[in-house]
Design a protein around this ligand. Sequence first.
Ligand code: DX5
Ligand code: ZN
Length: 213
Amino acid sequence: MNKIIISPSILSADFMNLENEIKAVQEAGADWIHIDVMDGHFVPNISIGVPVLKSIRKKTEMFLDTHLMIENPQNYIEAFAKAGADLITFHYEACQESINETIDLIKSFNKKVGVSIKPKTDVSVLFPYIDSIDLALIMTVEPGFGGQEFIHDCALKIPQLKEKCSENFIIQVDGGINNLTAKICTSLGANSLVAGSYIYNSKDYKKSIEMLN
Ligand code: DX5
Ligand code: ZN
């Protein structure tokens, strides 16, 4: 069985102690670090942006999985790429007219590319882009906040996507992931899990990450 890429979302970390919070999940077995960027327009919440990503980059070698929940992501790709993102995932709903241009722009900075869909978006919208991207992110909650409940119906998109893509394509899920929902998603074909509150609200990060695997 292929390895599952575990990407803890620092949205639920202690921001006053971010360097240690990142080191702690790294030592606990995390593969990537998931960075949630929210603009208060595409989602009804504001989180962190370019300067924070830049500071994180200076302190860690870990793969930075950057999830842009922002309108007009194409206007910010250069800034996030130069700040040190390794993968930039943007939302299909945020720039429907310029998906290909945004994919090409991310690639022009030699970064990996992800496209994400919200719970109400049909998975088939991603099919035309599968061959030109590295990852598809299926949101299993409405984007905007950590700690929400997993929407089971969204997991049904995983096998639909799996059917269309190659072995090494990354199908990532994000939202409400815990030891139980992780198993649902991986058994349906997901090979990357984002988890915020399940990991960062636990006392033992190592144990929580093991439970996701
Ligand atoms: C939500 C973010 C998630 C969030 C997940 O919009 O994209 O990455 O941190 O949090 P949990 O794992 O607590 O649902
Ligand atoms: Zn996210």
